[in-house]
Ligand binder design. Structure first.
Ligand code: SAM
Length: 371
């Protein structure tokens, strides 16, 4: 039985492998099209069929490259081709998921994660052989790509949909409280909250100076006086030597009334230390809002996950390896709801609600209250 070879199954698998290779290349071409603004340019033609010369012109790009890209998009069934006029068209139904104007629905920006991961492949192959990890610094475009994809989500959902998941927090923020966003990256969430709630103060914490600089620049551009950015290791949160501002940092480090983390636990080197620190830093009765990847902790339950293969791939090539690079736990992006709840409970959170949002299928929103 073990040696039985099912020829139909083999043929079907060969087809599947070809599809995978085609889709893989299509995905990287979609990422490039997004970066150089080709989908946006085609959408400006309002669904009209146009020759490659015109599309290149509208996009301000080299025609030969644009034509090859259009042909790749044509056989990838992203763009419609008209052989009579030798013209190309982006159907509005496809523009709805590929242009910057499509905001949170823009799937093309996610394609960039594939080339982001591919760019560190040599280092990753060495890690497969010898262990260890690829550090953040090896990923040239990580913060740019991350900020773009999370930014789409923050713009659409943060203030009106995500924050209200936390009981009473909008009222507190309007009244004026102290808030930290840990692992804030380029800090767009911090600045959006600071703009919406001028009576509260917000600090974005991250260990990437380059990412924090982008957050500070945006805060300055927006004229915000209640947003600041602090370079610190999240694993040392709530430790005494981390006192940095002049309010709330008295009572045993309980200086924040509200803490947020957006996809910033699973890739930590020391997630347990971070979550313990968050618990310590919260005032009693305060909430921690934690967005992290929505999945089961058991691979067998993730087979029908709509982005399962994508997420395990990004995890292996980014989230897990950056953690292992600092001798970390390497939880991986798909560590799942069961292990998340276990970790949060072990830190002392007794009251943990798990929410999911219709327009953000990739994340769970954990609302954890400190007793
Ligand atoms: C997946 S990104 C999320 C960034 C941001 N919250 C967002 O949604 O765009 C994780 C962030 O955690 C930061 N980070 C990872 N380990 C850290 C640590 N030990 N201390 C502080 N920041 C850390 C990274 O620099 C990165 O900006």
């Amino acid at each position: 039985m073990g040696t039985h070879f099912d020829h139909d199954r083999a043929t079907a698998f060969l087809d599947e492998m070809r599809t995978i290779l085609n889709h893989g290349m299509t995905a990287t071409m979609i990422g490039i099209g997004h970066r150089v603004g080709l989908f946006d340019a085609m959408a400006r033609l309002d669904g009209r069929t146009a020759p490659s010369t015109e599309i290149a012109d509208v996009a301000g790009l080299d025609e030969r490259y644009v034509r090859e890209w259009l042909d790749a998009m044509t056989v990838g069934r992203i763009v419609a081709y008209d052989p009579k006029t030798d013209g190309y068209r982006l159907p509005p139904e496809h523009a709805a998921f590929t242009t910057r104007a499509s905001g949170i629905a823009n799937m093309a920006s996610y394609a960039q994660y594939i080339s982001l991961c591919a760019a560190v492949e040599d280092e990753l192959v060495e890690c497969f052989r010898h262990g260890g990890g690829v550090p953040y610094d090896s990923f040239d475009r990580f913060h740019a790509v991350m900020a773009e994809s999370s930014g789409q989500r923050f713009e659409a959902l943060l203030i009106d949909t995500i924050l209200p998941l936390v009981p009473g927090v909008v009222e507190l923020l309007e009244h004026g409280v102290s808030v930290a966003d840990v692992g804030c990256g380029r800090g767009h969430a911090v600045n959006l909250m600071a703009r919406a709630f001028p009576r509260s103060t917000f600090v974005g914490i991250d260990f990437s100076d380059a990412a924090l600089e982008a957050g500070r620049a945006e805060a300055t551009e927006w004229g915000l006086t209640n947003a600041s950015f602090l370079a610190a290791d999240a694993a040392e949160l709530g430790d005494d030597h981390h006192h940095h501002d002049d309010h709330h940092d008295d009572q045993h480090g309980q200086r924040y009334d509200f803490i947020t983390t957006f996809d910033a636990v699973h890739d930590q080197a020391h997630p347990k230390r971070m979550v313990d620190g968050i618990f310590r830093s919260l005032a009693p009765g305060g909430h921690w809002l934690c967005a992290d990847i929505r999945a089961s902790s058991h691979v067998g339950e993730n087979l029908d996950h709509p982005m399962g293969a994508f997420m395990y791939g990004v995890s292996c090539q980014h989230c897990m390896t950056v953690s292992l690079a600092y001798d970390g736990e390497g939880l991986g992006a798909m560590w799942g709801v069961h292990r998340a709840k276990e970790l949060f409970t072990s830190a002392g959170f007794t009251d943990i609600a798990v929410h999911s949002l219709q327009f953000d299928p990739s994340n769970n929103y954990y609302v954890c209250r400190k007793p």
